[in-house]
Design a protein around this ligand. Structure first.
Ligand SMILES: *Cc1c(COP(=O)(O)O)cnc(C)c1O
Length: 379
C-alpha cells in the first residue's frame, strides 16, 4: 500500500481535517451576514491576540504582505535598514530598492545572527525611517532576538520596526505592543496551518500614523487605506475576500485559542528541541547555532556521503516530503518544517521515515533510535 504523503516542508504545513472542511464549504456571497460576522471576528481576534492597532487579511502570499508592509510606511528617498539572516531577509533589499528607498544592509553568516549592538550602532548613524527584520529566516532556521531588537528600536522615535513573521507567527512569541513591533506580516500556510493564499498583516498606532503622513501612495491593492474600511466593516467592498480561506483562518484561530498562544509557543520549542536530539542521534547536524535556533523548522545537515536528491526522493517514497537547502546549502541539507498543527503521530511517523531512509543508505543505523530519543525527550 502506498504511504500517505506528509507535507513536512516549511510551508505549506499539514492542514487539519477541520480546517480543510472550512475550505470545502459552499461558498457564499461576501455580503452574506454569516460570513460578514465571521470575517469581523477574525480581524478582531488577530488584533487582540497580537496586540495590534489594526489587522489586515487579504488574498495573496507572504511576499505580498512584505510588499504591503513597505508600501504603507516608506517613500522614495527614505532610508531603510535591512537586517538579514538569509534568503528571505535579502528579499526585502530588491523590493525596497525598486521603490527608490535607500537601503543599508546588515547581514550575518548563514546560521548566525547580526549582534544587536551592531544594529543599534547602525541605527545611530543616520535617520532610518524603518528597519526590517525576519523573525525566522526559513533558509537558515535562524531566529532573530526580537525582544532585544524591539528594545533598541524603541529608542529611535522616527524608526518603524517591520517584522517578517511568515515563518514564525503563531509559533514563536510575537506581540506588537509588548515587543515594540510596528508592522508584523505573515502568511496563512506556515504556522497557522491553513492552505496558502492569505497575506496577513498587523500594524501599530505608530505605523498607522506613518501611513497617514504619506498621503496618497502609489500602490492601490496593498494600500492600508483601501482595506481598512473593510477590516472594520466587512459589509464594505474593495476586492473580493477569499471567503473559504477566511473561514479556514477562523478555524485555525479557534484551534490556536483552544490550545492557548503561550502553550502553543511552548509546544513548538519543546517539539523542536526533541526533534533535534532525535536527529542528532542519527548523525545529522543543524545549520543554525544552538542559541539562535527557531522552533518552527530545522535545517538538517546530512552526514558524510549522503546524496541530497536521492535522500529526499527515497524519503518521499517513505511518505515524507521535505525541502532542499537554499543558496550555498543546496545539496548539503534538507529543511524540515515542524510548525503549526502537527501532532505526535505526525512527528513520530516523520522520524521513523527519516530513519528508514537513512538505513537504506547505511545499515549501521539502529532502527528505533531516534524515535526512542524523541519519546524520551517529550515524556
Ligand atoms: C515563506 C516565506 C516568505 C514568502 O512567503 P510566500 O507566502 O511564499 O510568498 C517570506 N518570508 C519568510 C520568512 C518565509 O518563510
Amino acid at each position: 500500500m502506498k504511504n500517505n504523503k506528509l507535507c513536512m516542508i516549511p510551508g505549506p504545513t499539514p492542514v487539519t481535517r477541520g480546517i480543510q472542511d472550512q475550505m470545502g464549504r459552499e461558498t457564499v456571497a461576501f455580503k452574506d451576514p454569516v460570513f460578514v460576522d465571521d470575517f469581523k471576528s477574525v480581524v478582531i481576534d488577530l488584533k487582540e491576540m497580537w496586540g495590534a492597532e489594526e489587522a489586515f487579511v487579504i488574498a495573496g502570499t507572504g511576499t505580498l504582505a512584505m510588499e504591503m508592509s513597505i508600501a504603507n510606511t516608506l517613500k522614495d528617498g527614505d532610508n531603510c535598514l535591512v537586517v538579514t539572516h538569509g534568503f528571505f531577509g535579502d528579499r526585502f533589499i530588491d523590493m525596497l530598492e525598486r521603490r527608490g528607498i535607500h537601503v543599508d544592509v546588515l547581514s550575518s553568516e548563514w546560521g548566525k545572527v547580526v549582534p544587536v549592538e551592531e544594529i543599534e550602532h547602525k541605527l545611530r548613524s543616520k535617520d532610518y525611517k524603518a528597519i526590517t527584520v525576519t523573525h525566522v529566516d526559513t533558509s537558515t532556521g535562524v531566529k532573530a532576538d526580537l525582544d532585544s531588537i524591539g528594545k533598541v528600536v524603541r529608542k529611535f522615535e522616527d524608526t518603524l520596526l517591520i517584522v517578517d513573521g511568515v515563518c514564525s507567527t503563531a509559533a514563536e512569541r510575537e506581540n506588537l505592543k509588548e515587543m515594540g513591533i510596528d508592522v508584523l506580516l505573515s502568511g496563512s500556510q506556515k504556522a497557522f496551518g491553513v492552505a496558502p493564499g492569505l497575506a496577513l498583516l498587523w500594524a501599530s498606532k505608530k505605523a498607522m500614523n506613518r501611513r497617514e503622513g504619506l498621503g496618497t501612495i502609489r500602490d492601490s491593492y496593498t494600500d492600508f487605506y483601501k482595506w481598512l474600511p473593510i477590516m472594520l466593516d466587512p459589509m464594505k467592498y474593495w476586492g473580493t475576500p477569499p471567503v473559504n480561506l477566511i473561514w479556514a483562518l477562523q478555524e485555525s484561530l479557534r484551534v490556536i485559542k483552544e490550545e492557548g498562544l503561550n502553550e502553543r509557543f511552548e509546544r513548538h520549542t519543546k517539539t523542536a528541541d526533541a526533534i533535534r536530539v532525535a536527529l542528532d542521534s542519527l548523525g545529522f547536524g543543524i545549520l543554525a547555532e544552538k542559541e539562535v535556533r527557531a522552533a518552527t523548522l530545522s535545517n538538517v545537515m546530512y552526514p558524510e556521503g549522503i546524496d541530497d536528491v536521492e535522500f529526499r526522493s527515497r524519503l518521499a517514497r517513505e511518505g515524507v516530503v521535505v525541502a532542499g537547502g537554499l543558496g550555498a546549502y543546496a545539496g548539503k541539507l534538507f529543511r524540515l518544517g515542524h510548525m503549526g498543527n502537527i501532532d505526535q503521530h505526525i512527528i513520530v511517523s516523520t522520524l521513523a521515515a527519516i530513519e528508514r531512509t537513512l538505513y537504506s543508505f547505511n545499515n549501521d543505523v539502529k532502527l528505533g533510535e531516534s524515535v526512542e530519543k524523541y519519546l524520551r525527550e517529550t515524556l
